[in-house]
Write a protein that binds this ligand. Sequence first.
Ligand SMILES: Nc1ncnc2c1ncn2[C@@H]1O[C@H](COP(=O)(O)OP(=O)(O)O)[C@@H](O)[C@H]1O
Ligand SMILES: [Mg+2]
Length: 349
Amino acid sequence: MINRKNISPGRLALVVSSIIAVVAAILSYLYTSSVRYGILSLLLLGLISYGLIYYVLQEFIYRKVKLIYKFISNTKASQREEFYNLEILPQKTLEEVNDDVEKWATDRKGEIERLESNEQFRKEFLMNLAHELKTPIFATQGYIDTLLDGALHDNQVNETFLQNASKSIDRLADLVNDLDVISKFESNRIPIHKREFTIQELVKDVYAELSQKASKKGIKLSIKKGCESPLEVFADNQKIKQVLINLVENSIKYGRENGETTAGFYEVDDKTIYIEISDNGIGIAEEQVLRVFERFFRTDSARSRSDGGTGLGLAIVKHIIEAHNHTVVCRSTIDVGSSFGFTLDKALR
Ligand SMILES: Nc1ncnc2c1ncn2[C@@H]1O[C@H](COP(=O)(O)OP(=O)(O)O)[C@@H](O)[C@H]1O
Ligand SMILES: [Mg+2]
């Protein structure tokens, strides 16, 4: 018995034409009582009906199927595809064609879902951006309007209001600068200029630059014991400096009063150096650790702070380290502290 589901056009034509031929042969034998006519009509009708049926199937069904294949395969017909259309496609059963189309539809569905999640990402980004821009703009607007409405001549508040307006403008400028850096990284427009330098020296420079901020909070900036012997890296000095500034600034901002920030340096193998900035500050909840590198992401405790940054610092850190083909990681426990580590190429000496 033939399986009706798995029949190819060739076989279908063969089966139908055989039935026609046999019926015709029997009829012609009964009518003429001649075995010769019977066999002749068997062969003749068999061949003609096979040819006709095959032709009709090919022309009217497989042409359409071929069209479907042209549509669902997204490349222009190559030689291989021509071969496929001529040799493989006619062998396919309609069941197989159905499977192919279903697979195509599932793939497409996946693609649509991906596009939708990108769309969601874009929407969220725009929403966050609007929110972040709104805060300093409206604050500035408020101060300036109040000044113009008369506060300008009130010596008790005029200077404070102006200073507040100026702070908001500074915040806006920081935001726009950070966004500019990120968008340049995302379109690969920031060149990386690598050279050899001692990573401990760079950390000491950064510590010196941030010493005032640190001492305001009584935070001690130090190099971990046992990590003093100089390690040479091969990287973009200016950009790694930016990374270290962002990480050390965070360790101060989210550190505890009279806390400590330490920098550790380790040789992973003869090609890689691992650098880690650790603090004993407020820490980050486990479920948020993975999100801190997202643009605009801030933990709840960070959000409620008055000295809040742009929420873009770690996103920039990640871009810089990834532009060096390395990775940055975060380990943190709430109320215990955080460590941010990244790898760099070791200088070849
Ligand atoms: N050392 C740290 N300790 C605790 N939380 C941190 C630390 N560094 C970063 N975070 C969290 O990650 C968020 C993102 O950091 P970042 O991108 O530098 O933004 P920003 O410092 O402008 O808030 C911070 O808002 C804070 O919630
Ligand atoms: Mg920051």
